[in-house]
Design a protein around this ligand. Structure first.
Ligand SMILES: NC(=O)c1ccc[n+]([C@@H]2O[C@H](COP(=O)([O-])OP(=O)(O)OC[C@H]3O[C@@H](n4cnc5c(N)ncnc54)[C@H](OP(=O)(O)O)[C@@H]3O)[C@@H](O)[C@H]2O)c1
Length: 261
């Protein structure tokens, strides 16, 4: 795996912890220069420090602290990364699972905030880096989704999450069709159930508010040891990028297998 992304520059959002952090470390280990974004400066610093153990990408890491749900901060990220040159790979990983709760109680402000980080931010970052990829005739965009997009009814009281991930997948596959034949590919990654802060946050919520069934499902998969580690899921994502699936576009990459679109 090492060396196959040498010379490529990658932007990974939400790389301070969880799947994004593990993906950034995996890409750095594969030779890429990796730029990372999140709101928590301390967590991002931890990710960049971890690159030192992984090798080739070490000297070229850049951490940008920003809230990607904020248009101005997002533009600051775009300006900072493009000032360094072209982005070859974009991993849109940052997301929120909020708001959870019965749909009648969810405010439009909270719904809008979920769309802003889960859909608008990935689309805006993609729009910013795509011209450079097209000029180079090569680019890779991966949007991190969820199995909920395949089965929206499976997460009752997670309406915003289901709607945003479905929108993200539709955006991805439509864009893949638009860019077909250009060398720029767009794929979706569904990471499986992974032991991260997002899962812990769901388990910490009041079952009354988020629904006892939903709470119990997340509690049980953790208690039964069924969650993947971030590294396991990230390894599969990086494997899709640098393995035989690497030239696919418009595909849904599940944790265990790929399903061509
Ligand atoms: N964990 C699972 O079981 C699971 C299952 C299916 C899909 N996913 C998807 O996998 C991806 C990663 O999830 P995860 O479980 O690793 O979550 P996580 O541990 O909560 O990490 C999320 C990352 O995104 C960043 N982030 C969140 N909101 C942001 C914002 N407004 N601006 C900038 N950065 C932001 C967080 O940092 P800050 O808070 O510091 O900003 C953090 O680095 C998400 O797209 C999620 O929907 C996860």
């Amino acid at each position: 795996m090492a060396g196959s992304l040498t010379g490529k520059t990658t932007l990974v959002t939400g790389a301070g912890r969880g799947i994004g952090r593990a993906t950034a470390i995996g890409l750095a280990a594969s030779g890429a220069d990796v730029l990372v974004v999140a709101r928590s400066a301390g967590e991002l610093a931890g990710t960049v420090a971890a690159f030192e153990e992984t090798g080739p990408g070490t000297g070229h890491a850049l951490a940008v602290v920003a809230d990607l749900a904020d248009g101005r901060q997002r533009q600051r990220v775009i300006d900072a990364v493009l000032a360094r040159g072209r982005i070859d790979l974009l991993i849109n990983n940052a997301a929120t699972v909020e708001p959870l709760g019965s749909s009648a109680t969810v405010s439009t402000a909270d719904l809008r905030a979920a769309f802003e980080i889960n859909v608008i931010a990935p689309a805006a970052l993609t729009a910013a880096v795509t011209p450079g990829m097209l000029a180079a005739g090569w680019g890779r965009i991966v949007n991190v989704s969820s199995a909920i997009a395949a089965n929206p009814g499976s997460m009752i009281r997670g309406n915003a999450y289901a709607a945003t991930k479905a929108a993200l997948e539709a955006h991805s596959r439509n864009l893949a069709a638009e860019l077909a034949g250009t060398g720029v590919t767009v794929n979706v990654y569904r990471p499986g159930g992974v032991d991260t802060a997002m899962q812990a946050w769901i388990r910490s919520q009041d079952p009354e508010r988020i629904g006892a069934a939903l709470h119990e499902r997340f509690r049980r998969s953790y208690a039964d040891g069924r969650l993947l580690t971030p590294a396991e899921s990230a390894q599969a994502l990086v494997g899709h990028l640098i393995g035989p699936d690497g030239d696919q576009t418009g595909a849904i990459w599940n944790f265990t297998s790929t399903v061509a679109a």
